[in-house]
Design a protein around this ligand. Structure first.
Ligand code: ADP
Length: 450
């Protein structure tokens, strides 16, 4: 049996701090790394050891040869990649294994499979998971794309085959718009993911985004940790995540749990992962993609299940058996996560950066804050605009909404604009309070909230 005694945290910001906290509770030594612009990051101070890593701001967290040699030099036996950066890079996972270092995550073959959205849809379909109608493979030819789109029937959505974060997506409502939108989707995909490949799918009107958290060990034990409702999105990017979904039909819930655990068992999946579905107005369920990493929104699941997802992920990587059976997992209450973004709602949510002059964190019962912010910290312009997550738990939905209002009102980040005012408006909106929202909700109401 392998053991893990020292982990290199190959990430930054709130998720680096989250992993360091998990290490401390497990009695594992944590090692942080930081780029030149990140020397003042709080995770650098909280880790047991910390080392600079060369390269420009982004490249530092992507240069896997350097990262693996740092892990070896520091005497680490494992690397936790967090989310983003190298977390879904199959070559990195393989390189870790070859270097004799445990990659804390799934097998490289599964990272590779689910990194390719068309291949993963085909694989899931083959094992009985319902998928959205669309092209079986990526498309580079516009004429071919237009033909397939007409066959599927408008509206369709063009998506980057190797994409993420809502980028490289275009909804096409009419045939005559197709060519232009195909070009812009392809260009965006090329710019962000280095590959212009796109695929086409039927566009589902007003769906809910419902995803299932899976955790599986190396011995074929697969359990789910319930669902999350991530329908509150701006331009296909999640803004608020909720567990459980306040209005999901119980039969639908049971069905997605069944198909998700069965599919992961059939694939021999291990570690944590999230299977994402769209649920349409008639409650029909479609698989869209799977994420083979710990997700930004994992805390809502932790709060309703009492299970520390990062700690269990580390144990599984070390070869431990899952500690619990499905029947032993008890879900309680409601959790809501608000992504705190450094962006200016008055300027089309353009990312903001600069010094935090004054900082007051919310607290009290049922409030969890995952962030690396502090007064005086200077937010560098080089990274994602998400600077923290406010997570609320309460026994019932109404209580969670009331608590969210209270906690958001306590939260002060001065010095730069954030989306806290937007969250404050959402938690006072009657449709949100009633749990009535689809993925169209926020884009439709944005003007009213601003
Ligand atoms: P990404 O990996 O970029 O996040 P996803 O495939 O997970 O992309 O989709 C992100 C969001 O885009 C979904 O939650 C949903 O709001 C929207 N979306 C994706 N595919 C469809 C579709 N076929 N119909 C309607 N909306 C879609």
């Amino acid at each position: 049996m392998q053991t893990i005694t020292k982990i290199l945290v190959a990430n930054r910001g709130e998720i680096a701090l989250r992993i360091i906290r998990a290490c401390k509770e497990l009695g594992i030594t944590s090692v942080a790394m930081f780029s030149e612009v990140d020397a003042e990051g709080i995770w650098v101070r909280k880790a047991d050891e910390a080392y600079p890593i060369l390269g420009n701001a982004l490249q530092a967290y992507l240069d896997y040869d350097r990262i693996i040699s740092l892990a070896k030099k520091a005497g680490c036996d494992a690397i936790h990649p967090g989310y983003g950066f190298l977390s879904e890079n199959a070559e990195f996972a393989d390189a870790c294994t070859r270097a004799g270092i445990i990659f804390i995550g799934p097998k490289a073959e599964h990272i590779m499979l689910f990194g390719d959205k068309t291949a993963s849809k085909a694989a899931m379909k083959a094992i009985g998971v319902p998928v959205i109608e669309g092209t079986q493979t990526a498309i580079t030819d516009k004429k071919e794309g237009a033909r397939v789109a007409a066959e599927i029937g408008f509206p369709v959505i063009i998506k980057a085959a190797f994409g993420g974060g809502g980028r490289g997506m275009r909804i096409v409502r009419k045939e005559k718009e197709f060519d232009e939108l195909f070009d812009s989707a392809t260009n965006e995909a090329k710019k962000f993911f280095g590959k212009g490949d796109v695929f086409i799918e039927k566009y589902v009107e007003n769906p809910r985004h419902i995803e299932v958290q899976i955790i599986a060990d190396k011995y074929g034990n697969v359990v789910h940790l319930g669902e999350r409702d991530c329908s509150i999105q701006r331009r296909h990017q999640k803004v608020i995540e909720i567990a459980p979904s306040p209005r999901l039909n119980d039969a639908v819930r049971k069905e997605i749990f069944r198909i998700s655990t069965k599919a992961m068992f059939r694939l021999g999946y291990e570690s944590v992962g999230t299977i994402e579905f769209l649920v349409d107005e008639a409650d029909t369920v479609f698989f869209i993609e799977m994420n083979t990493r710990v997700q930004v929104e994992h805390p809502v699941t932790e709060l309703i299940s009492g299970i520390d997802i990062i700690q269990r992920m580390i144990e599984i990587a070390a070869g431990d058996k899952l500690r619990f059976l499905q029947e032993e997992i008890i879900f309680r209450g409601y959790a809501i996560e608000f992504r705190i973004n450094a962006e200016d709602p008055q300027k089309q949510f353009f990312p903001s950066c600069g010094k935090i002059t004054n900082y007051m964190a919310p607290g009290g019962p049922g409030v969890r804050l995952d962030t690396s912010l502090y007064a005086g910290y200077v937010i560098p312009p080089d990274y994602d605009s998400m600077i923290g997550k406010l997570i609320i738990w309460s026994l019932d939905w109404e209580g969670a909404v009331r608590k969210a209002r209270r906690a958001l009102d306590e939260f002060y980040i001065d010095g730069l604009p954030t989306n806290i005012p937007l969250h404050k408006a959402i938690v006072r909106d009657q449709d949100f309070i009633d749990g009535r929202f689809t993925t169209a909700y926020l884009d439709e109401k944005l003007d009213k909230f601003n």
